[in-house]
Write a protein that binds this ligand. Sequence first.
Ligand SMILES: [Zn+2]
Length: 310
Amino acid sequence: MILLNAFKILGKLHFFIFILMLLSVTLNCKKNKDKIDSQWDDFFEFRKGDIPLIIVAPHGGDLKPNWIENRDCDGSVITKDLYTLDIAFQIENELVKMGYKPFIVFAKIHRIKLDLNRSLKTSHCEDDTSNELWQLFHDQIFTFRQEIIKNYDRGLLIDIHGHGHPIQRIELGYLLDSEKLNKLSRDESSIQHGETSINSLIENHPENKQLGDLIFGDNALGSLLSKNGFPTVPSSIERAPKYNEPFFSGGTNTKNYGSKYQSGVDAIQLELNRSGLRQDIEDRERFSKIFAKILIEYMKFHYSDIFPSN
Ligand SMILES: [Zn+2]
């Protein structure tokens, strides 16, 4: 009798586990089906270019698929870099109008779902569902980077972001933090160019320009931006952030795809301020037009040995 009751209980337990398993399979199927129904392509914009320039925009997307968990673990920044995707598209358009096609890798997924300027492990909060998306995005940058090295030997990657710091100026990230920029500003031979994400550029510079010239000189990217009405640090005008002023010196993409750790493609992180640049449509248009021109001027000067003449 006791044995019979035990079998009955075991039977009920098995049935209960079976229902749980069925429920779990059904839920997973639903999740996968939603995932398959959404095209991966919807989350990105990739285009091959015809000049040695890659433009990356990882934080400007809006898409929030419900099959990817929101990022809510400690240290997760979940706000998008407002209007940076719009600006990235406009810069591409302006370059195309001038006769140049950059390689582009833009994300349309919202940062609350996936941070594409982080390592795979820290791009989400333990929800592996987005791993494939992360991989596709970074494989594409890697492939374009290799293609540029194959065709031109060297090239440049610009990683576009937007910052919320109180001082309304563009911040350029060469992997030199505020302390190093201040040191370099005082003594231009105090920092080795091997510490920067533009190491290859300086090693191969057609005019033999040095690190100080590339960061503070008249033809430095920051100086060209400042001269054209977009205050920038570092530049000839503002060489380094002051003590305690917040400053972004370059994130994972600048580290992984620039030339500090491998030669070939250089990288510069572009952190755009909000007021006077990202906020209003007229400013976004004005900036995109001017920046496209600056980019070509910059490449024609600093990469004259590899930049296609047309
Ligand atoms: Zn960002």
